[in-house]
Design a protein around this ligand. Structure first.
Ligand code: CAA
Length: 270
């Protein structure tokens, strides 16, 4: 997600410092962005010059301190509240006072992330859909203290990226995952209880409701660990038994079948 967001930002004309603590991840991100820009040029979606300029606007760094001059920081690390809070606390200390701190979290409370900083009015959710360069939507989530000015600036930035914005209050799963994840979880229950094969479940939803991917294929694409963590957030935050993660989803994650990124999830990609 981070490299896709960085790609959007450099193509939109922003100078970007892309940070990761893992040098391999940073190298893969930089190679992936260069390849994506080459494809955009070869399909005449942007000119050769625009592609070169975009790549020149990208700096990859292993040093978080390099973000100290940024006006806008978008966090896209793992979906763990504790790990995100620690990062927000560090960013709050090093970022300039006017900087906005945005999170790409898919379900964690923005209000709670903001509470780990001394600038809660400048913390906001900016939830991109996967893959960020392709999907047209950004979901913006206001925490309890997010200011109107920060909301307006974030919306303007999303629009510079060429996206359509929807706005959610800060409740578990926001809008998209509140609706999408129970559907994916139900697809797992449908498989788990032997109603149909995985192929028929996916074909049913693809051809029956015109979704580009079936729910199980989409779960593999998103990552089964991400789906499970969002179901847990929905269950804990909303308290309704309808959000209990399907045991089959839990078992796949326990087995390391995390989806496309691991070469195996509901389907095998090896
Ligand atoms: N990064 C950048 N571009 C990509 C890409 C990627 N990972 N994957 C595909 N593309 C581009 C391709 O280059 C291609 O571009 P052109 O039209 O310019 O040629 C275009 O997208 C279509 O790609 P393909 O022809 O290869 O494949 P496709 O038509 O099957 O589309 C897909 C692939 C866009 C992923 C499509 O299957 C799709 O829309 N799937 C559903 C995705 C979805 O629902 N995402 C949201 C998940 S929920 C979420 O993200 C929220 C959360 O918190 C979990």
């Amino acid at each position: 997600m981070g490299s896709g967001i960085a790609q959007l930002a450099i193509v939109a004309g922003f100078d970007v410092w892309l940070h990761d603590s893992d040098s391999d991840a940073l190298r893969r991100a930089s190679e992936g962005i260069a390849e994506a820009i080459r494809r955009l040029v070869s399909k005449n979606k942007i000119s050769q010059l625009a592609g070169t300029d975009a790549l020149n606007r990208l700096t990859c760094t292993l040093n978080l301190e390099d973000l100290q001059h940024a006006d806008f920081i978008i966090e896209a690390i793992i979906e763990s509240e504790d790990v995100k809070k620690k990062l927000f606390c560090d960013l709050d200390k090093l970022a300039k006072p006017s900087a906005i701190l945005a999170s790409n979290t898919s379900s964690i409370s923005i209000t709670r992330l903001a509470s780990s900083t001394n600038r809660p009015s400048q913390v906001i959710g900016m939830h991109f859909m996967n893959p960020p360069p392709v999907m047209k939507l950004i979901e913006i989530v206001r925490g309890a203290d997010t200011s109107e000015e920060v909301f307006s600036k974030t919306k303007a930035l999303a629009e510079r990226f060429g996206k359509i914005v929807i706005c959610s209050e800060d409740y578990p799963g926001f809008i998209v995952n509140r609706i999408l994840m129970p559907m994916i979880n139900e697809a797992f229950y449908t498989l788990y209880t032997g109603v149909a094969t995985k192929e028929d479940i996916d074909t049913g939803m693809k051809l029956g409701t015109n979704h580009p991917m079936g729910p199980l294929e989409l779960a593999d694409f998103i990552g089964l660990d991400i789906c499970l963590s969002i179901m847990k957030v929905l269950h804990q935050g909303l308290g309704d038994s309808k959000y209990i993660p399907c045991p089959l989803l839990v078992q796949y994650v326990d087995a390391g079948r995390l989806g496309r990124k691991r070469g195996i999830g509901v389907y095998s990609y090896k």
